[in-house]
Every structure is written in structure tokens, then in C-alpha cells.
Design a protein around this ligand. Structure first.
Ligand SMILES: C[S@@+](CC[C@H](N)C(=O)[O-])C[C@H]1O[C@@H](n2cnc3c(N)ncnc32)[C@H](O)[C@@H]1O
Length: 205
């Protein structure tokens, strides 16, 4: 029986040396299709579903914990999805991995970091938005889903004061459903419990 590390190392989906592909992600996918990333992808249901739904878009899922990413890798064992790769790393390094190559960033049910002194760790803080500026190719697009109203309010303020235009903002996604929505693991659980899901799209030239 393989351990976590062996499962991760032997997967064709995992990019073990992501820094080597800085500015060269077209070589990974062997095409120039847009690259969309999910930061904090968890066990992968969203990114796997998106990659299957949109074969002409490349997807990269980022997750920092072995114990979590390994679950995504296991789901992919009998799949052959050419437009999907996964990276095990802390997103605070994201600008060392992509050089103006990313089309859209997905942030799904990100850790809320409720304490004020930890606010810089929130994935929609200005600290992270500065990093994202360096990885976007053209128009900047950030799509967020969360159950956490405080994180959602923080994101609305942080993104708009940074210059993003917000569109399609809802605090009840399941009563304002978007076409082709792919649910994440957390989303499925919250929705079953009757918890409302917030969603926004943020755009900046
Ligand atoms: C609450 S879970 C949500 C998982 C998944 N997106 C979902 O909706 O089901 C947040 C995930 O983000 C990961 N994460 C948090 N901060 C991260 C960071 N700085 N870099 C990479 N992954 C991160 C955590 O390890 C965790 O798996």
C-alpha cells in the first residue's frame, strides 16, 4: 500500500517542481489555451468537474496540504484529463509559479481567517491581490464562492477598493443559479444543511 507521499509523487497530474514552469505553462499543457487556477482546491471536485466540462481551458488546482491533495489524486486514478494539473504549495508563492499566464482565479470556500490580525492571510486581501496582479495575463478575473458572510463582505470591500468591478453578486447562489455551476465538497455539504452560498465575480483591466 502506497503512502501519501508516494501517491502524490507517482501521479501524472501533480507538478512537483512548479517553479520550473514559471512563464512556460504552455509547455506543460502543450497548447496556448487559457489557464484558470483554483487556490485552496481541497479534494478537487470543483477543478476536476470544471476541467471535464471545459476541455479547451487548462486548469491548475493549488492546495497546500498533502492529506487533502492526495484525496484529489485518488479521484483521478482512473481518469485521463489532459487539461488538468495539481500543485501542492502555499499560495503565498503563487507569483513565483506563474508569469502573466493566468486567465481566471477561483477561490472557493477559502479559510476565513476571522481574527483581524490574520486578515492578510485571507485570499482576497490586498496582499494577495498584489500577487495576483503578477500572474494574470490580461483582464483580471476572480470568482469567489463562500458560505462565510464576514469573508464575503471583506472580499467585496477589498476587491472594490483595489479597483475590481463586481458583477453577478449573490448571497443565495442556489436561488440565483448560474449555468454550469460545479459544486465543491464544502458547497455540497453546506447546501444540504440549508446554508446559503454567496458568490461574486470580480473584474479589473
Ligand atoms: C475550507 S477548505 C475548502 C476546500 C474546497 N475549495 C471546497 O470548497 O470544498 C480550504 C482549503 O484551502 C486550502 N488552503 C488554505 N490556504 C491555502 C493557501 N495559502 N495555499 C494553498 N491552499 C490553501 C486548505 O488547505 C483547504 O484545503
Amino acid at each position: 500500500m502506497k503512502n501519501k507521499e508516494e501517491i502524490i509523487k507517482s501521479s501524472n497530474y501533480i507538478i512537483l517542481n512548479p517553479y520550473d514552469f514559471y512563464g512556460k505553462w504552455d509547455c506543460v499543457f502543450k497548447n496556448d489555451n487559457p489557464i484558470n487556477i483554483e487556490i485552496g482546491m481541497g479534494k478537487g471536485d470543483f477543478i476536476i468537474g470544471m476541467a471535464k466540462q471545459n476541455p479547451n481551458i487548462n486548469y491548475v488546482g493549488i492546495e497546500m496540504y498533502d492529506s487533502v491533495i492526495v484525496r484529489a489524486v485518488q479521484k483521478l486514478e482512473n481518469e485521463d484529463i489532459k487539461n488538468l494539473r495539481l500543485i501542492r504549495m502555499d499560495a503565498k508563492e503563487v507569483e513565483k509559479v506563474f508569469n502573466k499566464e493566468v486567465d481566471t482565479i477561483y477561490l472557493n470556500f477559502s479559510d476565513p481567517w476571522p481574527k483581524k490580525r490574520h486578515s492578510k492571510r485571507r485570499l482576497t486581501s490586498h496582499e494577495f491581490l498584489l500577487k495576483y496582479d503578477k500572474i494574470f495575463k490580461g483582464e483580471k478575473k476572480i470568482f469567489q464562492k463562500t458560505d462565510n458572510i464576514d469573508l464575503f463582505s471583506f472580499s467585496i470591500e477589498s476587491l472594490s477598493t483595489y479597483g475590481y468591478m463586481l458583477k453577478n453578486v449573490t448571497m443565495d447562489l442556489y436561488n440565483n443559479m448560474i449555468v454550469g455551476n460545479i459544486a465543491t465538497e464544502y458547497e455540497k455539504r453546506f447546501n444540504k444543511q440549508g446554508v446559503k452560498i454567496c458568490r461574486l465575480e470580480a473584474y479589473k483591466d
